[in-house]
Design a binder for this molecule. Structure first.
Ligand code: PLP
Length: 418
């Protein structure tokens, strides 16, 4: 469920007509719904009820400061993968004690920043990284709380690019060697072993991979307890899918129903790292049609949003519903909806059946709240899209549209060319 629905022929974002927003703020425009964000967070929070849990929203799905602030106010934590994300999370008011830090390539500077900030734990992905965190923590006279990220070798049955928990992937530590790694970690003086973590992939729409992966992780957890490791946190990652087309992913409550009986009585706090399922259906991308053209027996609708604004179709061949902001009864035609970028891979949809559109009309790309703006670039020197947050009848700019000056602001002209 989300809060982008037609009233009559007109698409609304909560209680605001999308057309009004597109006219006021211009296009391409990302629109996020407050109620939708809050509802998605609550779905997780309530699913686990009184069971000790922390929901660490995966920032990489959408890093807009207002989105983060809204979630922070609900008590949400953060799953970060870089120093930049740590900076954003803290700036938005997410408490450091609810921040977990993943990623295979943490730099010394990033590790120092995280230690200084007193985050909840590092999710460590290799022995080298463990040694490095130990060394840096020692130099700061601190103890670094860590979990090891376990690769449980489970196929999440999703797109290969967003699948992370099989043995051929670069992520985590092979589960069959985990005990050995934990022993090594426990011998390091500046390391405090506090957790076990796994994350097997994204856009997972079946319950079985989650349950299988948790079961494998629990075998390890029990083994570690037997060996007197004081494991306080079981971090099961994120990855729950959303509906883009006809997917019927389980709800957080469906998953909780399966997981709670498994983890009950094990004396751990459960950590989850949802990204897409919190923000995905809470955002849309509005674009304007620029031109219509026929070529090679095909109809093209050329719009003002490109792969630099929303990369998912180009990168993963991902499907997004695309609907008119004002519904019409015009004849349906089959079109490719493409952006202005000079790449054949620049498309939002291919062979899509749509009521005929005219120039200067608005289309909404649905389910664009996750991995949309956060993956965007200024390729082709296209300034970044604007972002707006809607709450009931209220709306506010939460991301200023990029300017031409923004494109060159960071550049430095060398003296010998001045
Ligand atoms: C990307 C990522 C997530 C979030 O994944 P979603 O599919 O967006 O829920 C969580 N944890 C880690 C370690 C990740 O890399």
């Amino acid at each position: 469920m989300h809060f982008f629905e037609y009233r009559g022929n007109e698409l609304y974002a909560e209680d605001v007509p999308v057309r009004l927003l597109a006219e006021k703020y211009g296009t391409p425009l990302y629109i996020y719904s407050s109620s939708s964000l809050a509802m998605h967070f609550k779905a997780y929070d309530e699913a686990y009820g009184a069971f000790p849990h922390i929901i660490c929203y995966a920032l990489k799905a959408n890093t807009n400061g207002a989105v983060l602030r809204l979630l922070a106010k609900q008590g949400c934590g953060a799953d970060i993968v870089s120093g930049g994300e740590l900076f954003r999370a803290l700036k938005a008011g997410i408490s450091a004690g609810k921040i977990v830090y993943a990623g295979v390539g943490k730099t010394e500077e990033e590790i120092r920043f995280a230690l200084k900030s007193k985050i909840l734990m590092f999710n460590v992905e290799s022995e080298d990284e463990l040694q490095e965190i130990d060394r840096i923590a020692g130099s700061m006279k601190l103890k670094a709380p860590i979990a090891l990220r376990i690769n449980p070798d489970i196929d999440p049955m999703t797109h290969p690019y967003i699948s992370t928990g099989m043995k051929e992937h670069k992520f985590g530590i092979p589960i069959d060697r985990a005990v050995e790694y934990y022993r090594k970690a426990s011998r390091l003086r500046n390391i405090d072993v506090v957790g076990v973590q796994k994350h097997i992939g994204s856009q997972i729409t079946k319950i079985t991979p989650f349950v299988d992966a948790v079961n494998r992780t629990l075998v390890l957890l029990d083994e570690l307890k037997r060996r007197d490791f004081n494991i306080k946190y079981l971090d099961i990652g994120g990855g729950l899918g959303i509906t883009y087309l006809t997917e019927k992913p389980p709800t957080p409550a469906d998953i909780a129903k399966k997981l709670l009986p498994l983890i009950n009585g094990r004396g751990v706090t459960l950590i989850m790292e949802p990204g897409r399922s919190v923000v995905g259906n809470a955002g849309i991308l509005v674009t304007k049609t620029l031109y219509l053209k026929k070529s090679g027996g095909k109809d093209f609708v050329i719009v003002d949003a490109g792969m630099n604004d929303l990369m998912r179709p180009s990168l993963y061949d991902a499907y997004h519903h695309i609907v008119p902001v004002l519904k019409t009864r015009r004849a349906r035609i089959k079109v490719d909806i493409v952006g202005p970028i000079c790449e054949s891979g620049d498309f939002l949809a291919k062979g899509r059946s749509l009521n005929k559109v005219g120039r200067g009309e608005f289309l909404a790309v649905m389910s664009a709240g996750a991995y949309g703006m956060s993956m965007s670039s200024t390729y082709n020197s296209r300034p970044k899209a604007a972002e707006v947050l809607v709450s009931g009848k209220t709306h506010a700019l939460t991301g200023r549209r990029g300017s031409y000056e923004d494109l060159v602001r960071h550049e430095v002209m060398p003296g010998f060319l001045k």
